[in-house]
Ligand binder design. Structure first.
Ligand SMILES: Cc1cc2nc3c(=O)[nH]c(=O)nc-3n(C[C@H](O)[C@H](O)[C@H](O)COP(=O)(O)O)c2cc1C
Length: 332
């Protein structure tokens, strides 16, 4: 995987499933990260080849929930992001997925308590020895690129020092979210802070924070000197942010997203969550569309809200009545 000159879909919990990644890639995303998945959760999974859908699924052995779904078409660009605080567990997860992905990333930036309370996410930023242990273990044992994603530390000097230590582990790239742990999403991302890291390192740096428009990708590259640029919220609000020709109307992008969810038989709860995140930016989930979505219990019902019931049925028939048709049985 070459990390230079790439426009990248950021990891996003409950958003970055296969349908959203394929949607973003269709609009031009070069690399697409999956959502962070905690190592313990992955270790309860088994790898299943889903012939009806043409996907590889990592399925929880007990609940049968699909924890990670991918497919051949994205194998060269999908990055699996793990939440971990332990090198051995992390390597076990990496070995499970390495044959199905392009690169393996460790989340060192999440400030949410569900992550930090387990010593994961941004809690790792205070533990450079553990970071070293995790990254060198992965590097020694994997044949695919290993990367990590961090936030800025309290001072520029601290961020640069940690970034240099990370570089020494042999990672292929470092993603830097230009906010500190205490910053809120509404606080402006500190592009100058990212530039300091870029100046100090030789490996590609992926700059992240406050890209909302296609022109922002180049603006951020120019301002930071970063090799590549990553976008999160801008992509949720309109995944066609990756289109060089300009963004498409957000309602049309939303309908395309529903089609991708039907195509890849997405979990209905995740589908609704992402659609609501899209709606919230431009409108209000208390309006009729949001209320109709809240009532949906199946993907077929979501398809109905967006006038895609025949699309849903066509795909189901084409698959000879697989996972989708099972869902329809519940409806009748
Ligand atoms: C809905 C949502 C979910 C996120 N989940 C993750 C995640 O799983 N892993 C991660 O490293 N960062 C996660 N983030 C942080 C983003 O990847 C990104 O660093 C942050 O939103 C800043 O980029 P932006 O200004 O383009 O939104 C998430 C952000 C959002 C909005």
């Amino acid at each position: 995987m070459d990390y230079r000159g790439k426009y990248i879909l950021a990891p996003m919990v409950r958003v970055g499933g296969l349908p959203f990644r394929m949607l973003a890639a269709g609009y031009g995303a070069d690399i697409t990260y999956g959502e962070e998945i905690v190592d313990h959760k992955m270790l309860c999974c088994e790898r299943v080849e889903n012939e009806a859908l043409g996907t590889v699924d990592f399925v929880d052995k007990k609940s049968k929930d699909i924890i990670f779904r991918t497919c051949d078409a994205e194998k060269h660009r999908v990055v699996f992001q793990v939440g971990t605080a332990d090198a051995v567990r992390c390597l076990k997860v990496a070995n499970m997925v390495a044959g199905d992905i392009a690169a393996f990333d460790v989340n060192m930036g999440c400030p949410k308590s569900f992550s930090t309370s387990g010593g994961m996410g941004s809690a790792l930023l205070d533990k450079p020895e553990l970071i070293h242990d995790i990254l060198t273990t992965l590097r020694r044992n994997l044949n695919i690129p290993v990367t990590c994603k961090v936030r800025l530390l309290k001072t520029c000097g601290e961020t640069v020092e940690l970034s240099r230590r990370i570089e020494k582990t042999g990672v292929s790239a470092l993603a830097v979210h230009g906010r500190r742990v205490a910053d809120r999403p509404r606080d402006p991302a500190n592009w100058d802070g990212i530039r300091e890291v870029v100046s100090a390192l030789s490996i590609p740096v992926i700059a992240n924070g406050d890209v909302f428009d296609y022109s922002d990708f180049q603006r951020m590259k120019d301002a930071t000197g970063a090799s590549s640029v990553m976008v999160a919220r801008g992509a949720v609000w309109n995944a066609s942010v990756f289109r060089p020709e300009g963004m498409l109307y957000w309602e049309d992008v939303k309908t395309e997203y529903v089609k991708r969810c039907i195509e890849w038989d997405n979990n209905v709860h995740w589908t609704k969550h992402t659609l609501k995140a899209m709606i919230m930016h431009f409108s209000n989930v208390e309006f009729s569309e949001g209320k109709a979505l809240t009532r949906c219990k199946t993907l077929a019902a979501v398809a109905d809200v967006y006038g895609l019931q025949s699309y849903y049925r066509e795909l189901d028939v084409a698959r000879g009545g697989s996972g989708l048709s099972r869902e329809l049985l519940f409806l009748t």
